[in-house]
Unconditional design. Structure first.
Length: 613
């Protein structure tokens, strides 16, 4: 069904645009993969009965004169100048009632484009809670467009806005200011409007107090460290019960298959190729979800922007600015959106240095590998009585990766991208309770992404590896027990031959052919290491009735386990990340350089760790 119209959702940064977009569209969202568009805005649908409107969530801007590439996308789309995104039929402009000055300046510019418009005003409840008032009726008469007060995080007013969008309550905005007006004149006009429609309430003392603490050079830093400690501890503590449940379910499924499938080949395919390969990766889904939910909560409550400001001085030590913090932090979930979000950085030099540093941030694809190996070689004891040793090691790996990425950025800023640091300006979002719907949408989307990867790349790899482990058929196993025959089959397979052929390259790192095969397979996707280990050790897992991490605990020396961890801290093992780097930088030389640097670092760090421990 063709949508009634396409509507661009526009607003200045930190006005609650994304929260409102999620409330309006729910799970009816997809990524807009437009030709030649690297920002890839979200597209959502608002439906009432058989009528629907398509919303496109464009990057936040302060004005139509763009200073960064993501702002350029929004400006080009609104002006109808983009090559692959058609000009929208109308605009949904989102304004923050607590800080409307810049929003009105943006309105004055968009009004000149002649597009019909609806204005959604967020945070009206905060204005009223402070004893102030927002006169949306007077604002309607001054601007000439319909005004809809909403509280996106609570869903208040969203229903009325949905009806307005679908039923076409659009109006052409009034020509509020001369086209030739200067920026100062536009701000003068904005202040005059605000004086007529906004009654300022009392200062939000809670926000002032929180800012004094969270932005303080000492207490802000302490808080940041505590937040990060909670972050890593939660990944282990909260995820373990769910991981154990999933692991137990997979074990029951394998037992069921073992007891009911008589054909050796079919039983091996289902137990090893499917359950052992894909199932061993799905076990780590709870940790992936917890990581992404925590990042979403920190962003929605308003803390991330303040954390970026807090670390701006520290980023300056590495030749970067606070804006680089957001892409780098986003890369802890996945390097791909992290690299893409570097487009918010106006400086080419800073942007390129940030992109080159992102692969060193510990993405969620590394998390299953870290968890498996840490659980296998690090004891589950505590430090200071409340921080687990395993969580501390996990945090150390994150810190080592991040510091290494920043040092690479520093080296590049002093050589290939020499230049000064651009001043960092940021507007803090208000403190607010996160939207449960936004968190829920994040969980659903991340689950879909993870299961899609498990059901495509990892499934194909698992089947391919299973074939290599089953061919050629081992000789002399007729008199062996089933367990011994399965072990002999793996030792005599093409997979073992391939691992042994490559293993001499990694022998100085302590890798045997099994680990070598797992590490090499990770260059398609890091999660395939888990799949490879799940298949190669499937017989041991089945015989001992223990999780894979316990099997590795009994067979993997601690120095070898730490050596593998050191390798994964640095290695750029993601084809998709390299493809995005090429697309963002316009040349294969930059991903090739990143690959070379990270491989040398990975090999060197792994060698040192193996020899020291």
């Amino acid at each position: 069904m063709k949508p009634l119209r396409t509507v661009a959702v526009v607003g200045t940064p930190n006005v609650g645009k994304s929260t409102l977009f999620n409330e309006l569209t729910g799970l009816q969202q997809r990524v807009g993969n437009f030709p030649g568009v690297t920002v890839e805005p979200l597209i959502g649908t608002v439906s009432i009965g058989t009528d629907r409107v398509e919303l496109i969530d464009l990057p936040g801007i302060y004005g139509l004169e763009a200073t960064s590439e993501d702002e350029q996308l929004t400006s080009d789309v609104l002006r109808g100048k983009h090559a692959s995104i058609a000009r929208p039929d109308a605009v949904l402009l989102v304004m923050n009632a607590r800080n409307p000055e810049k929003c009105l300046v943006l309105f004055s510019q968009i009004a000149e484009l002649g597009l019909p418009m609806i204005l959604a005003v967020t945070m009206v409840d905060s204005v009223k809670a402070a004893g102030g008032a927002f006169d949306d009726i007077t604002l309607h008469h001054l601007l000439g467009v319909n005004i809809y007060p909403v509280v996106g995080s609570k869903g208040l007013g969203v229903g009325d806005l949905k009806h307005a969008l679908v039923q076409g309550a659009w109006q052409a905005p009034l020509s509020v200011i001369d086209v030739t007006a200067t920026l100062e004149q536009r701000f003068d006009w904005s202040h005059s409007v605000i004086g007529r429609v906004v009654v300022r309430g009392a200062e939000d003392t809670r926000s002032v107090f929180l800012d004094r603490v969270l932005l303080h050079p000492v207490w802000g830093t302490v808080t940041f460290i505590l937040v990060m400690a909670f972050f890593f501890q939660s990944i282990f503590t909260w995820a373990n019960p769910l991981m154990d449940m999933i692991d137990a379910g997979i074990g029951m499924l394998q037992s069921l298959v073992s007891d009911n499938i008589s054909s050796p080949i079919l039983r091996s395919f289902v137990m090893k190729g499917l359950i052992g390969g894909v199932g061993s990766v799905i076990v780590f889904l709870p940790q992936i979800l917890i990581l992404n939910v925590l990042v979403t909560l920190l962003e929605e409550c308003g803390y991330l922007a303040r954390a970026a400001f807090l670390v701006d001085r520290a980023m300056g030590l590495f030749g970067l600015q606070g804006r680089s913090f957001i892409p780098l932090l986003g890369s802890f979930a996945c390097a791909i959106p992290g690299i893409m979000s570097a487009r918010i950085i106006p400086s080419y030099r800073d942007r390129m240095a940030t992109i080159m540093a992102t692969p060193l941030m510990t993405c969620s694809a590394r998390l299953p590998v870290y968890t498996l190996l840490i659980g296998a070689v690090i004891p589950a004891s505590t430090i200071f009585g409340f921080i687990s040793m395993q969580a501390a090691v996990m945090a150390s790996l994150y810190v080592i990766g991040a510091l290494s990425g920043l040092l690479i950025a520093l080296g590049l800023k002093r050589t290939l991208f020499r230049g000064g640091v651009v001043p960092f300006l940021i507007e803090f979002p208000p403190y607010r309770l996160p939207s449960l719907k936004s968190v829920g949408i994040t969980m659903v989307n991340r689950t879909k992404d993870f299961l899609k990867t498990a059901g495509t790349v990892i499934l194909v790899f698992s089947i391919g590896l299973w074939i290599l482990t089953e061919l050629p058929r081992a000789q002399g196993t007729e008199q062996m027990s089933r367990v011994d025959a399965e072990r002999a089959q793996i030792e005599q397979s093409y997979a073992a031959d391939l691992g042994r052929t490559i293993q001499p390259v990694f022998a100085p790192l302590g890798f045997d052919w099994r680990l070598t095969l797992g590490v090499i397979s990770s260059y398609a996707a890091r999660e395939t290491f888990i799949s490879a280990m799940g298949q190669i050790y499937a017989t041991d897992v089945s015989e001992s009735d223990m999780p894979l991490r316990d099997v590795l605990h009994n067979q993997l020396p601690i120095n070898v386990g730490l050596s593998v961890l050191a390798f994964y801290v640095y290695a750029l093992q993601c084809v998709s990340t390299m493809a995005i780097m090429k697309r963002e930088t316009g040349s294969w030389k930059w991903p090739a350089l990143a690959f070379a640097i990270t491989f040398v670092l990975a090999y060197g760090a792994s060698f040192v760790v193996y020899r020291l421990f």
